[in-house]
Design a protein around this ligand. Structure first.
Ligand SMILES: [Zn+2]
Length: 410
């Protein structure tokens, strides 16, 4: 909860001049408001198992608490749901909670047909901005309520720091020093929360000095970074994806709103065909920012590979001497005398990230598929991965040696 900004003030102005109503809600693209809306989503959507209202109903009878505070939370929930300013639509009073859900499901997070239709009907005159005001007000109100529930329920108010049993780092084998964070095997920037190693598997030194840089390199690797910004709505921490190119920055402003910032008046975005229904076709020209570093990419991928072994088989296997060379390669202290094979011809783009490794006696081959960009490598030095020059498919791939001091291609 401490990720939420505490300055989420909302102001809405409306003026009537010669019969024309003007309204303004300037904060709808305010990053702190957007972050609040993203982080509050699992606590406010009715389907969520941790929705505030649901959690409160379960807790208030089960936990011994001050009756006055409990009554205040009950009142606050009723007020947040209704909203402070009454809104009528088609002769029926609609609540702030309903307005929130219409915007959340009709546009902000997803585009459900019925909510999108209601949203279009609701957007007339000053209501267009008023909807945004209600949307964020609901998030602010519910944030206050969530905080009050946490404070009022003693079992949740003070959690003991978890003791890490038997820590050992899979990347440097250290078992002393600080181990304070869990580790996302596939970087968090890809919105992937499925494979997470518990606290005690990766030391803070590796995490901060090595892995963070590798994760960042992969997230910004230009062959996949645009796809990442398009396909990742937001991370669990509420971060919206962003990618930097030589001539432009592409960033997500809201979970479904992209902004392209031109860095040097080169006009990277050009519309060449606009349809009557408002859809258009466009070209987006993005130039690379820095030279490709095959070793950095190889290290970032091996970091995922070793993490996957720890996640699927266990830490002992990842810590085995079989991966000593891999470990020093990942840390940037040695080489891995093998090849990284990369699909360099345009593949079939898709919206998923997948990582597969093969558990076999000789070698640990891995395949990473990031939105259709395929990368093959081996976590071990033997057997060597080589492209067969007689295979016509090989022409679509390029091989980079991870043992050489200068990246070479064959
Ligand atoms: Zn370590």
């Amino acid at each position: 909860m401490d990720e939420v900004p505490d300055d989420s003030r909302l102001t809405f102005t409306m003026s009537i001049n010669e019969g024309v109503v003007k309204s303004e809600f300037a904060a709808k693209e305010e990053p702190s408001n957007i972050l609040l809306a993203v982080l509050m989503r699992p606590l406010v959507t009715a389907e969520s198992p941790i929705a505030c209202g649901r959690v409160w109903r379960l807790l208030k009878d089960a936990v011994d608490m001050n009756a006055e505070i409990a009554a205040n939370i009950d009142d606050a929930l009723v007020r947040a749901e209704a909203g402070q300013i009454p809104v009528e639509f088609n002769g029926r009073r609609i609540t702030q909670q309903e307005i929130y859900e219409v915007l959340a499901s009709g546009e902000f997070f997803t585009e459900k047909a019925e909510e999108a239709r209601t949203l279009r009907a609701l957007r007339f005159g000053p209501m267009a901005d008023f909807i945004w005001m209600h949307f964020y007000s609901y998030c602010v109100d519910m944030y206050g309520i969530a905080e009050a529930i946490l404070t009022a329920t003693p079992p949740f108010a003070s959690r003991d720091e978890a003791v890490v049993p038997d820590p050992r780092c899979i990347y440097c084998l250290q078992d002393a020093g600080a181990f304070t964070s869990e580790e996302h095997v596939i970087p968090e920037a890809f919105g992937n929360d499925d494979a997470v190693l518990p606290v005690g598997y990766v030391c803070d030194v590796c995490n901060n000095n090595v892995l963070a840089e590798l994760d960042e390199y992969l997230a910004n690797f230009e062959a996949i970074s645009l796809q990442r910004v398009i396909n990742v709505p937001y991370t669990k921490k509420g971060k919206l994806p962003r990618a930097e190119f030589g001539n432009a920055i592409v960033e997500k402003r809201m979970p479904r709103l992209l902004r392209i910032i031109d860095r040097n008046q080169g006009d990277p975005f050009q519309i060449y065909d606009t349809q009557p229904d408002g859809f258009c076709r466009f070209n987006l020209h993005l130039r690379s920012r820095k030279p490709f570093e095959s070793k950095m990419l190889g290290r970032a991928l091996c970091k995922i590979g070793l993490g996957m072994i720890a996640f699927h088989v266990g830490r002992d296997r990842a810590c085995s001497s079989r991966y000593s060379v891999t470990r020093s390669f990942i840390r940037g202290e040695g080489v891995l005398d093998n090849n990284l094979i990369l699909l360099t011809k345009t593949g079939e783009p898709h919206t998923q990230v997948a990582f597969t490794w093969f558990d076999q006696e000789g070698g640990t081959p891995c395949v990473a598929d990031f939105y259709g960009v395929l990368m093959f490598f081996n976590l071990e030095e033997e057997p060597k991965l080589v492209l067969d020059p007689n295979d016509p498919l090989a022409q679509d791939f390029t091989s980079f040696n991870l043992g050489a001091s200068v990246p070479t291609s064959t």
